[in-house]
Design a protein around this ligand. Structure first.
Ligand code: CA
Length: 230
């Protein structure tokens, strides 16, 4: 299977620099979102999942430190590469203290930026392997406490529903057929024609998607189910 390319958010008000970064990232086949002020950037970071955020400190409406601080408060742990103007050591320290993962001083070479991006994405991948929380969109599943949150709201699941959700979220964006799901959850095959899996999935769907506009669990007619956020 082809690896999905990382999605990167650029929050930078200087259009020229933003365009330059975008071009560099797109040449490396990353997918790119951009925002030109702090408020818009924060909103985008909250609404959508990114693998990395490139965040300028000096921004209109809300500066980079404020943006980063409210993202970390909202439990958005996306790696952040901060851009700082030359000579502002204090900004750099503040940025790292607030939870930035790395910083780059302007002006920088695009090759340097790309190297930092690769390194942060590699680190993120390593961290994900040992992560105890699985997420998709605004849904988070804590495998240790077995707590499920959607948009900050606690969702109570039965043991079977939890196992189903964990299986779906571990295989997000992959269509799973009924027998694969059944074998995984119950460790044996039901007679074909049984709809017990559909019943369980409907229960799960009501709980995790019922009250929310954005649906995560989708039926693929005649095939099975997929959990995805787009
Ligand atoms: Ca700026």
């Amino acid at each position: 299977m082809k690896e999905q390319k990382a999605k990167i958010l650029i929050i930078e008000d200087e259009k020229k620099i933003s365009a330059l970064i975008r071009k560099g990232l797109e040449e490396e086949k990353y997918s790119v979102d951009d925002a030109f002020d702090g408020e818009k950037g924060e909103l985008l970071a909250l609404k959508q999942q990114h693998d990395l955020i490139i965040l300028d400190i000096m921004l209109p409406k809300k500066d980079g430190i404020q943006v980063l601080s409210s993202l970390r408060t909202s439990n958005i742990e996306t790696p952040v590469l901060m851009l700082t103007a030359k000579g502002t050591v204090e900004d750099r320290v503040k940025g790292l203290d607030t939870g930035a993962d790395d910083y780059l001083v302007k002006p920088f070479a695009i090759t340097e930026l790309l190297a930092r991006v690769r390194s942060l994405l590699r680190r993120k991948k390593g961290a994900e392997k040992s992560a105890t929380t699985l997420t998709i969109a605004d849904l988070a599943v804590d495998l240790v406490s077995r707590k499920v949150l959607r948009d900050g709201k606690v969702i109570d699941l039965t043991t079977k529903e939890f196992s189903l959700l964990e299986f779906f979220i571990r295989n997000k964006n992959k269509t799973l057929n009924r027998s694969t799901i059944t074998e995984h959850i119950w460790n044996y095959n039901f007679d074909t024609g049984t709809n017990i899996i559909d019943v369980y999935i409907n229960h799960l769907r009501t709980k995790i998607d019922g009250d929310f506009e954005k649906k995560l669990l989708h039926t693929i007619r005649g095939v099975g189910y997929v959990m995805k956020d787009h």
